[in-house]
Design a protein around this ligand. Structure first.
Ligand code: ADP
Length: 203
């Protein structure tokens, strides 16, 4: 039987700035199961990032519940969410967010140094096909390679879940496929549960 890693029920999120209210989510339900690689597809502005950020403990819902296994994220304090993110979640964003003055290896090592049961940075970089590039700085890598470093950084702490926000959004389709293949390999080999959000139906 499939075990749910995430269960979201009737999740709403309203952003307020001054007099303006934006209802980013109006009662969203979802499940993500163990080992699943799920794609959440929808047009820009439909609330995908908002939902992903709530699942990742970056943002909080206005109402509804978001369970991570037996833990209700909507009842967590900031401190508890910080621990939840550190111990369980890997993030991949559209724009890689690598530190330019650090090599690929050092970007990944930043995370492994503060994790409990990490793989070696070189091991994570090998999983995404970048073993030969560990000494390169971000500026010496293509967009697709930088994104694969970002993926290596996200998986090096062996997170239970990997949340990816438009991971191929800044890449051409050929390079995007390499990035998706790296994600599929991680899903298969590490059994990491994944949610990938995109507006691109080709994904
Ligand atoms: P998607 O990821 O599907 O493109 P988002 O979750 O980014 O959608 O945004 C959903 C809606 O919420 C949009 O109308 C967006 O403008 C609005 N929104 C997102 N973040 C904020 C914010 N921090 N403040 C105000 N409005 C926001």
């Amino acid at each position: 039987m499939s075990v749910a890693v995430f269960t979201a029920r009737h999740v709403t999120k309203t952003y307020r700035s001054g007099d303006v209210e934006v209802q980013a989510l109006r009662g969203a339900d979802m499940e993500l199961f163990e080992g699943e690689m799920a794609v959440l597809l929808g047009p820009s502005g439909s609330g995908k990032s908002t939902l992903l950020n709530i699942m990742g403990g970056i943002d909080q819902a206005t109402s509804g519940t978001v369970m991570f296994r037996d833990e209700d994220l909507t009842a967590c304090s900031e401190r508890e969410l910080t621990r939840y993110r550190r111990d369980h979640v890997g993030f991949v964003f559209q724009f890689y967010n690598l530190i330019p003055s650090l090599t690929a290896w050092e970007n990944v090592a930043l995370v492994t140094e503060i994790s409990q049961n990490p793989m070696k940075p070189e091991e994570a970089l090998e999983m995404v096909g970048l073993k030969e590039r560990i000494g390169h700085f971000p500026a010496q890598l293509s967009g697709g390679q930088q994104q694969r470093v970002a993926i290596a950084r996200a998986i090096a702490k062996r997170p239970e879940v990997l949340l990816c926000d438009e991971p191929t959004g800044a890449l051409d389709s050929k390079t995007g496929i390499l990035v998706l293949e790296a994600l599929a390999r991680i899903n298969e080999e590490l059994k990491t549960s994944m949610a990938i959000i995109t507006h691109n139906a080709a994904i």
